[in-house]
Write a protein that binds this ligand. Sequence first.
Ligand code: GLU
Length: 432
Amino acid sequence: MSYSESLSKLLGSIGAEEGSVLEAESKGRSFKGTLMPHHEFSAPDVLILKVKSGYNVGIRIYDDSTVKVVDKPIARVRKEVTVEPKKGLPKIVLIGTGGTIASYVDYRTGAVHPALSTSDMVNAVPEIRDVANIEARVLFSIFSENMNVDNWQKLADAVAEEINNGADAVIIPHGTDTMGYTAAALSFMLPDVPKPVVLVGAQRSSDRPSSDASSNLMAAARFCTKGNRAGVFVIMHDTPGDDSFAVHTGTRVRKMHTSRRDAFRSINVLPVAHIDRDGNIRFTGEGRPVSDGKAEVRNAMDGNTILLQFYPGMDPALFEGPIMKSRGIVIAGSGLGHVNENMVPLIKKACDNGAVVVATSQCLNGRTNLEVYNTGRDMLSAGAITVLDMLPETAYVKLMWALANTKDTEAAKAVMQTPLAGEMSDRRTIDV
Ligand code: GLU
């Protein structure tokens, strides 16, 4: 919600903008303070000013109220630092996409802004230049809930371009909300990528004292330069403190908390490695070493794919339209992968129509199995397939990819059931 039309007009007519210092007089009381963006807990005709004490006050503006600008917003000074590359250090390219890691809070107004330059981020972590020569470019400046298939495709192209132009690693600062989806998309779009491609995020923006932006970035740079592991990874705090960072396989990771710094967890596998605050890396298993090969891009995706969450009482009549329009349907089912019996005929109709229906589990942990209960067996007879312990969102991304990169439904199903980027396994490595 923003300010009311009349209040916005009034602010526009006096040239007031976020951060301007205003004097407002309303019903005999006067206030002076910095103009704040409107927030949803306040009525649209209430002007929000941050007064000298630091508190925000709301002033209802009537027809006879007066508002005038007494000072312009203070411009933020943003310095670009040019650094000469050091001989012998590996080259890491940062490709900025946006999110909290690339945002700063403007304390004059309290609003969160996307940083315009990825080098701003690098400059906030000067020690990163001791481990690598850093080049930075901004590809997008968006919150990750606004990422889409087109963004994933452009990002895959950009990563491959940088690697094929000599980057030893690529780090992608990204919003945390959908970082797992992007990591999964890149994992399939960049098959056997020869270098590390690491997504990093932050739960607190870079200029907050509690920010995790710099420490995650530094852990990523250390993994990229010392890890000797190729592939797509996510690196985030492993603990609430700044003492341990987890390296997750790009197809196996999920944001499991809305705000904690250690929100990201590997699901159904152990993290690839842990990094301590001094940069020591402890691997938990084998992996693919880096190589000198070229990065290949296979980024065709079939956008006619949907991801649905089953719930008790799910009514097939509500879903017939979207399901019958889609070539691929991933269902995060209950328990072993189930839906209710009313949904089974719709699954059959979709499969008979040539769609691929993939059953995953909203339990997240553990494998799906449709052979245990009647419901599951009916789903299998209807044509649904299972993909072991693959995350629903990874299955969704992979299905888009499989449908676009195979010649027919059967081939797409076979691809879905073949591990390509560590996304599935029938071995139980951990029990959580
Ligand atoms: N929702 C935003 C995003 O995912 C901000 C959250 C964040 O970056 O952590 O981009």
